[in-house]
Design a protein. Structure first.
Length: 281
């Protein structure tokens, strides 16, 4: 028993370390290559490889455990995949849409309409498909489920995976000094809360990844298209209205969770009464 627990702890710790090393690759290239232009080019190339490598890491860890399919993580195609995706998309739009709405009402800074081009939307959509799928597979599919099997159970898994999810987005605020400390703390808390929301959606949907993937995709695409990319672009009052950096993100995540909870519970009740996919005669 003790040996099994220690092995699970080892897997979780190693997985977190490997996720960190993969995410750090582009930053390391910029630090260790003396020529800035070459360093930036190498870092850009490595950035393209991070998510395929994260996916490969999940597969390697699964095989290390004796599993051969991501179905065990909830990444398989099933009869409710499309519906779960739609629920996640609706909840993500509701949550992120609230941040947009509050910015509009209270004169927060949004991206100018003239800058929202088809190319911007399409380019971000392509990247966001990959990011939302791989991050959910890694942080909810693998890390959440494995850390939930430790001695402290599901609450510990939700908290640990959400902390890791938050902290491994550190590249948005390094090097230290670029972003004020209070914004770093607010950003980190917001992403921690986002990790909890996505984890709860994973369990609410029956340990399936598609509702969290839909939420993650909708949230990110609206964040990148509707808002300036802070801190790369200057933003006024980011602590108030900037998505993921501002306090309006907190109620927005809670609204998204409430919408997801209502829709997933409605789906479950319909499924139990035969309202979804009724049996064939």
């Amino acid at each position: 028993m003790k040996r099994n627990v220690l092995r699970r702890i080892l897997h979780v710790v190693l997985f977190i370390v490997i996720m960190y090393l993969l995410i750090e690759l582009p930053n390391a290239a910029k630090r260790f290559i003396a020529e800035p232009d070459i360093g930036l080019m190498v870092a850009s190339l490595l950035s393209l490889l991070v998510y395929p490598l994260m996916y490969a890491a999940v597969i390697i860890f699964l095989r290390w455990e004796g599993n051969t399919s991501i179905a065990e993580l909830g990444g398989d195609i099933h009869e409710h995949t499309v519906l779960d995706l739609i629920i996640g998309l609706v909840a993500g739009i509701a949550g992120s849409g609230m941040v947009v709405f509050l910015a509009l009402v209270f004169d927060g800074q949004l991206r100018p309409i003239a800058e929202i081009t088809p190319g911007l939307v399409l380019g971000n959509a392509i990247v966001t498909v990959l990011v939302s799928y791989v991050e959910e597979l890694a942080y909810r599919g693998y890390l959440l489920t494995r850390s939930s099997k430790l001695v402290l159970g599901k609450p510990f898994g939700i908290i640990l995976s959400s902390i890791v999810f938050s902290l491994l987005h550190y590249s948005w605020w390094v090097p230290l000094g670029v972003v004020p400390l209070h914004l770093i703390l607010l950003f980190s808390f917001n992403l921690f809360l986002g990790g909890i929301v996505l984890s709860l959606m994973y369990f609410l949907s029956g340990r399936k990844l598609w509702a969290p993937i839909g939420f993650h995709f909708a949230w990110n695409i609206i964040a990148y298209v509707a808002f300036p990319v802070f801190p790369t672009e200057p933003v006024e009052n980011p602590a108030l209205f900037q998505i993921e950096w501002g306090i309006t993100t907190i109620p927005a995540f809670l609204v998204g969770l409430a919408v997801a909870w209502l829709l997933l519970n409605f789906k479950q009740k319909k499924d139990e009464t035969g309202g979804i996919n009724p049996p064939l005669d």
